[in-house]
Write a protein that binds this ligand. Sequence first.
Ligand SMILES: [Zn+2]
Length: 86
Amino acid sequence: MKQSIHPEYKPVEVRCACGATWKTKSTKKELHLEICSKCHPFFTGQQKLVDTEGRVERFTKKYGKVTVETRRKQEIERQKKKSLSH
Ligand SMILES: [Zn+2]
């Protein structure tokens, strides 16, 4: 006689990287997700975990506050060097 080959579904707690937890049923003892309906931009309309903010931060760290003023000065300096080299 064959035993039941169907895996047993048990209530498990799903845990997402954003900290959200909820109950579901699975053959696994526990579930870990990196993204869920609560933090996924498709569902929330926001970008909490997507690294766009981090990119902006890195950019400003690398280049500092480059204002229009400083850019204009840099351009003037460049023009001066050009005229001097001739
Ligand atoms: Zn999540």
